[in-house]
Design a protein around this ligand. Structure first.
Ligand SMILES: [Zn+2]
Ligand SMILES: [Zn+2]
Length: 163
């Protein structure tokens, strides 16, 4: 199995060799800025399971306000599409910007595989799906332990128009 993706203009291509070991839906302000949307859908891969197969990315290094660790955003210098970032806090694991896969539906994205994080900063109108493990900030504390999730038994909408 080998799944590929790339940027809008096609100058940068990548592929992964396994299913993601996890999927994060992140509503933090960084991910909102990086995606221009309510949250980032981020399938996660070990560095060995991910490879750029065409072109070269430009990079932007961002220091996380939360953890103080750097995050390297990789994007196409020609069309500006963000493709993946490297999370130095977690051994350089690769978070792919999910919409850049050729088939963005190829891997499992279910309540069992997803952690939805930083819901405290989700904007008005964002939807928290029922059954998902959600966290107000990160799912893993600074000391490496896992925080307890909140699971809603019905979907809710952030902001003044709560369901
Ligand atoms: Zn491009
Ligand atoms: Zn985020």
């Amino acid at each position: 199995m080998e799944k590929s993706g790339g940027c809008l203009c096609g100058n940068v291509r990548y592929h992964v060799t396994t299913e993601p070991f996890g999927v994060v839906i992140c509503c933090c302000r960084f991910c909102q800025k990086a995606t221009g949307s309510d949250y980032m859908v981020e399938p996660l891969f070990e560095p060995d399971d991910f490879r750029v197969t065409r072109g070269q990315t430009a990079r932007y290094e961002h220091i996380s306000e939360g953890s103080g660790h750097p995050l390297t955003v990789n994007f196409c210098r020609d069309c500006g599409t963000r493709l993946f970032h490297q999370v130095h806090r977690f051994d350089g694991c690769i978070g792919v910007f999910a919409g850049t896969f050729d088939n963005p539906s190829w891997y499992q994205r279910t309540p069992d595989t997803v952690d939805m994080i930083f819901t405290d900063t989700a904007p008005n109108g964002a939807v928290i799906p029922e059954g998902y493990k959600t966290y107000p900030a990160h799912c893993i504390a600074d000391d490496g332990s896992e925080n307890d999730p909140t699971i809603y038994d019905r979907s809710r909408v952030i902001g003044p128009h709560k369901m």
